[in-house]
Design a protein around this ligand. Structure first.
Ligand code: UD1
Length: 423
């Protein structure tokens, strides 16, 4: 198992390109199962989660062709199996989203219940209720969900009990091939949902309202081939901006989308950063200053994303002043806190571990650390960048699930970071 060795104390400076959004690309790969013709998805990041999804499609008999630029062409009509096995679903929750497309297109699906990051229980009740509203017959046994439909799925009314990104996307893509109209209310509004709706509409889908809390889907008889470029990864972009701010540095992120990061940019300005932006470039300059602490609450888009909570805690750990960070999306999403405290941070958890009180210290001290979720792991990399001495981040296969070429990108910004094999 690889580890990252980080020599702390370098101020990040330079330029990088944002990768395509993992969370968009994964759902598009699942949605490609709906089409009768080949679809091409470009700007796909080269990540472990993407490879897992490709393996899953291949295990169904779907032909997937990947070129050297990570343009992915998918021919769903070569499909032979409708069963997504535990081995491929357990490591990544997004793979559960093949259930609806298989059912809508082929009338049957058998998908293992998902695994994914170890952040709270993460049930799929909203997904299953939504599929049932479209006429799916769902049975569960031996850790598998078996879904069938009596003829085509039928459009229906779906009300989500709370904002769910995966649930909204899953039902939206499934309803695209159902007979009649589906209205979904209390939908999540994340940019990846809008990107997926655009992809489905290019395939001939008729979806309106993505990005608002009510989405209307006029089901069509079949979906055709198309090509689509995935949006920029806002979480990756935000991670590098926060890392630069934590080190007092200056970075320019190209191929980014500032519109999707409004709240994050405003929080970084509050921390003392000077930020300029054009349509697809964000430039942050801390001018060597120590950041000011910023307090925030994570919530569904357009509020501050839970996927950047751990990274902002790393910045606050070395900022001036005390901050309060409240997590409202996932239970159990503060495992980085204990590791940062081992590095000399002063962070206290309150309220059944829903709130972190971060008292900034001038510097952290390097240490061997690890985490078992993607964003917690990357926050430890940021902590390592602002620590005196060496930090070794273990179990970085979590980071490889979501950050393309992280050490190369950080090295280009001047960081002292390299990948080493485990002893
Ligand atoms: C997606 C993102 C993830 C991000 C999250 C919230 C992908 C691949 N992942 O995850 O990076 O952190 O959105 O922005 O796109 N829940 C239920 N029942 C359900 C569905 C969800 O109780 O049927 C709960 C979850 O446990 C969680 C909350 O609802 O507490 C939000 O989850 P959801 O928005 O669905 O997150 P994901 O789609 O899994």
């Amino acid at each position: 198992m690889d580890r990252l060795l980080i020599g702390g104390g370098v101020v990040l400076k330079g330029e990088l390109r944002a990768s395509g959004a993992k969370n968009s690309a994964l759902k598009m790969l699942a949605a490609a199962l709906l089409a009768d013709e080949p679809v091409v998805i470009s700007n796909v990041p080269h990540l472990r989660d993407i490879t897992t999804m490709i393996e899953l499609l291949a295990s169904l008999g779907v032909e997937v062709v990947v070129d050297e630029k990570m343009n992915i062409e998918i021919h769903a009509n070569t499909i032979k199996s409708f069963r997504a096995p535990y081995d491929l679903v357990k490591t990544m929750r997004a793979s559960f989203n093949v259930l609806g497309p298989l059912l809508a297109h082929y009338g049957q699906a058998e998908v293992s219940l998902p695994g994914g990051c170890a952040i709270g229980p993460r049930p799929v009740d909203q997904h299953l209720r939504g599929l049932e509203a479209l006429g799916a017959k769902i049975e569960m046994s031996d850790g598998y969900v078996r879904a069938t439909s009596n003829g085509r799925l039928k459009g229906g009314h779906v009300y989500f009990d709370f904002s769910t990104v995966g649930g909204t996307e899953h039902i939206m893509m499934t309803a695209a091939l159902a007979e009649g109209v589906t209205v979904m209310e209390n939908c999540a509004r994340e940019p990846e949902i809008v990107d997926l709706a655009e992809f489905l509409n290019k395939m001939g889908g008729q979806i309106e309202g993505a990005g608002t809390d009510t989405i209307t889907i006029h089901g069509v008889d079949s979906l055709k081939g198309c090509s689509h470029r995935v949006i920029a990864d806002r979480v990756e972009t935000g991670t590098y901006l926060i890392a630069a701010a934590a080190t007092g540095g200056c970075v320019k992120v190209r191929n980014a989308n500032p519109e999707h990061l409004e709240v994050v940019i405003s929080k970084l300005r509050e921390a003392g950063a000077n930020i300029t932006q054009t349509d697809d470039v964000i430039e942050l300059d801390m001018a060597g200053k120590r950041p000011q602490s910023v307090s925030l609450v994570t919530a569904p888009y357009p509020a501050f994303p839970t996927d950047l909570q751990a990274q902002i805690i790393a910045m606050n750990a070395v900022a001036e002043g005390t901050s309060t960070i409240r997590e409202t999306i996932f239970e159990n999403r503060f495992m980085h806190v204990h590791e940062m405290n081992r590095m000399g941070a002063n962070i206290r958890l309150e309220g059944k571990n829903t709130t972190a009180i971060v008292k900034g210290v001038r510097r952290l001290t390097g240490a061997p650390v690890m985490a078992n979720d993607l964003r917690a792991s990357v926050s430890l990399v940021i902590a390592g960048l602002v620590a005196d001495g060496d930090t070794i981040v273990d179990r970085i296969y979590h980071i490889d699930r979501g950050y393309e070429q992280i050490e190369e990108k950080l090295q280009n910004l001047g960081a002292n970071i390299r990948r080493i094999a485990s002893e």
